[in-house]
Write a protein that binds this ligand. Structure first.
Ligand code: ADP
Ligand code: MG
Length: 670
């Protein structure tokens, strides 16, 4: 029990301790609570303060708002006031405008009224006038009618009177003569013929009527025909255009660059001088090469056409003539004359000093033709032709129509372009030009240009064409010993022209026209469609042979004839053989010398080569050339055979003749 009591006492003490601790804890808690309460109170106070401040602020804001509202109201009121005022102003303005408009309308109406009144008055007046006119006309017509009636009546009366008279007379007559049966018969006859006349009159009348009908029908038919003719004319236009193109194609097929050669005759007094021209035919010229003998003593060149010493100016022009039509069709044509001084360039283009209709040169004839053809076409086309004439000396352009140095601008925009309308104009201008050229005194050392510009307009369709023709008398191309400015300029310009022509002949896309003034001037008119004609002139004197050969070399560059050197070789040989044959037939012994060839082996080689190349190109488009080869080779063989039969060929030559025949056979089978 004691223990129990001690335990209980212990438990009680522990209990007391615990209670004490708890009480302490409670006291602590109470303290903390009080602290917390104080904090809360403080916070509440702060909140209350804040709330108060907020409220105050709100109050203030509200006050301000109210103030602003008041101001806004006042502003609105003011605005309204202004608006009202504005409105009243606008209204007033509008009203004023309206008033103006109304006033104007009233005025307009008044004017319209007035105009209408006037119109009505005019119409009325016109009506009145018309009526008056009608009345007058009617009156006049009436009067005329009356007059007519009166005349008719008078006629009637006259007729009646005449009839009465006639009857009376007849009665009298009958009384007096009726007894005679012969007279009665006569009267009967006259009656009959009168009736006949009446019937013919009526048939004639019907005839005339039917004739009128026929005429009407024919007029209708004519109208229809005119329609068809109009259609045909339209078709004709088309055909003409096609014709123009075809014609151009034909000219192109002849070669857009043609090279003609002209050998001038020996001048009076020099007929006995030795000549360097050995042989001439339609397409070849053989020149004697001085100080060479045998085969090398001759050089044959080919041209599209060759004019011998006896060719007249007219003959020379005849091959140029077709190109003139091309100029009027709107294509460009360039005609050049080249050769050494004294070879006849000026003679070909212009003529001799004294120009007669027979000796007129290509330029006159070409311009004349321009006029003639434009005259022929005057119902279809209207052409304006103008020319300028220039000279290029030391790469400087001079206008020959004013004789002052032309401006440096290219294509010479300032050059005198003179409209011409007749051959007389041409004559006068050419004379002026000739004089100016003499004054400039550059003679053969300058290039002279005559350019005709042709502007055509189709009268019906209004389409236009523009063609241009240059006639260029080139400077003499002889070699000069002194290498002065003149010579360098001439050489440079001629070789530049050669380059341009070569590029054109090869249809190259890049042509350099810039090199000198001569080519620059031609730039506009040389080109794909241009037709170019070069007259190569030959001085016949033996002393000038080397110059002639160099001229030929110049022309050979751009000649569109055969390019292959092998073929050219053969052709040359043919020429030589032909000329030997000609000599032989003329009884000249020099022919043997011509065919004794130091190069005969080479020739055979040439044949081999040609044959090979023919094989190589067998299926190519060169067919026509090849057949030309065959022909040429055949001709060569024939000539060689002819010569061989009659003369003693030395062995190698005989072999050559045989071989030629063999080749010919081979080619033919091919
Ligand atoms: P280029 O202009 O080439 O210097 P020219 O035309 O002045 O040569 O000719 C030199 C001379 O030869 C002139 O007297 C000219 O009349 C004459 N002549 C040139 N060609 C012929 C010809 N085909 N027929 C007759 N005389 C000619
Ligand atoms: Mg001349």
């Amino acid at each position: 029990e004691k223990e129990l009591r001690a335990q209980q006492e212990k438990a009680r003490k522990e209990e007391e301790d615990r209670i004490k601790r708890e009480k302490e804890l409670v006291a602590q808690q109470e303290k903390a609570r009080k602290k917390e309460e104080a904090r809360i109170r403080k916070e509440k106070e702060a909140l209350a303060r804040k709330e108060k401040a907020r409220k105050e602020k709100m109050e203030r804001i509200k006050r301000e708002k109210r103030e602003l509202e008041k101001q806004e109201n006042a502003r609105r009121r003011e605005e309204e006031c202004v608006k009202r005022e504005n409105l009243s102003l606008a209204q007033k303005e509008k009203a004023r405008e309206e008033q103006g408009r109304i006033r104007k309308e009233i005025e307009l109406l008044a004017l319209q009224d007035k105009a209408k009144e006037e119109e009505i008055a005019a119409i009325e007046l016109e009506g009145i006038n018309r009526e008056r006119r009608l009345l007058l006309e009617e009156e006049k017509a009436n009067k005329e009618e009356e007059e007519q009636e009166r005349i008719e009546r008078e006629k009637e009366e006259e007729r009646a009177r005449k009839k009465d008279e006639y009857i009376r007379r007849m009665d009298e007559y009958n009384k007096l003569h009726i007894n005679s049966p012969k007279q009665r018969e006569l009267v009967g006859q006259q009656d009959k013929s009168l009736q006949n006349l009446r019937s013919t009159l009526s048939t004639t009348k019907t005839d005339v009527r039917s004739m009128q009908n026929i005429c009407q029908d024919e007029a209708d038919n004519l109208g229809k025909h005119v329609d068809t003719i109009c259609q045909a004319a339209a078709g004709y236009k088309k055909v003409l255009e096609e014709n123009r193109k075809l014609y151009n194609q034909v000219q192109d097929l002849k070669g857009s660059i043609r090279v003609y050669c002209r050998v001038r005759p020996s001048l009076p007094g020099q007929e006995n001088q030795a000549t360097c021209v050995d042989y001439i035919d339609d397409e070849t010229v053989t020149i004697i090469v001085p100080s060479k003998s045998g085969k090398e003593g001759r050089k044959a060149s080919m041209f599209n056409k060759v004019f011998g010493p006896s060719a007249t100016q007219e003959e020379v022009f005849s091959d140029t003539q077709p190109l003139i039509r091309s100029v009027l069709d709107g294509f460009n044509v360039c005609i050049f004359a080249c050769g050494q001084t004294g070879a006849g360039k000026t003679y070909t283009l212009t003529g001799p000093g004294e120009i007669t209709p027979e000796t007129m040169g290509v330029s006159y004839r070409a311009l004349n033709d321009l006029f003639l053809i434009s005259e022929e076409r005057k119902n279809l086309m209207n052409y304006e032709i103008s020319i300028n004439m220039l000279e290029i000396y030391n790469d400087e352009i001079k206008d020959l129509l004013i004789c002052q140095p032309a401006k440096k601008g290219i294509n010479v925009p300032d050059a005198n372009l003179v409209p011409i309308s007749s051959t007389d104009d041409v004559m006068n201008l050419m004379n002026l030009c000739k004089k100016n050229r003499e004054v400039n005194d550059h003679g053969s050392r300058s290039h002279s240009f005559l350019t005709a510009h042709v502007f055509g307009r189709d009268l019906t369709s209004g389409t236009t064409t523009r063609g241009c023709m240059h006639l260029v008398d080139l400077a003499g191309n002889e070699k000069l010993n002194n290498s002065d400015d003149e010579a360098t300029h001439i050489n440079k310009s001629l070789s530049a022209l050669g380059d341009v022509l070569v590029a054109l002949a090869n249809k190259s896309s890049r042509v350099n026209y810039k090199a000198c003034k001569l080519t620059q001037l031609l730039q506009d008119s040389l080109g794909a469609q241009a037709k170019i004609l070069m007259f190569v002139h030959v001085h016949p004197n033996m002393d000038e042979a080397l110059e002639t050969l160099s001229t030929f070399k110049f022309a050979e560059r751009f000649s569109t004839l055969e390019k292959s050197s092998d073929v050219r070789d053969i052709k040359e040989q043919i020429c030589l053989l032909k000329s030997a044959l000609a000599k032989k037939e003329a009884g000249d012994t020099g022919w043997q010398d011509m065919i004794s060839s130091p190069r005969s082996g080479e020739q055979n080689g040439a044949f081999e080569d040609d044959d090979d190349s023919a094989k190589a190109k067998n299926s190519s488009s060169k067919q026509p050339t090849k057949s030309a080869h065959v022909k040429r080779a055949a001709a060569l063989a024939a000539v060689a055979a002819k010569l061989g039969k009659q003369a003693a060929f030395s062995d190698p030559k005989k072999k050559k003749g045989k071989e030629l025949q063999v080749k010919e056979g081979e080619m033919n089978t091919k």
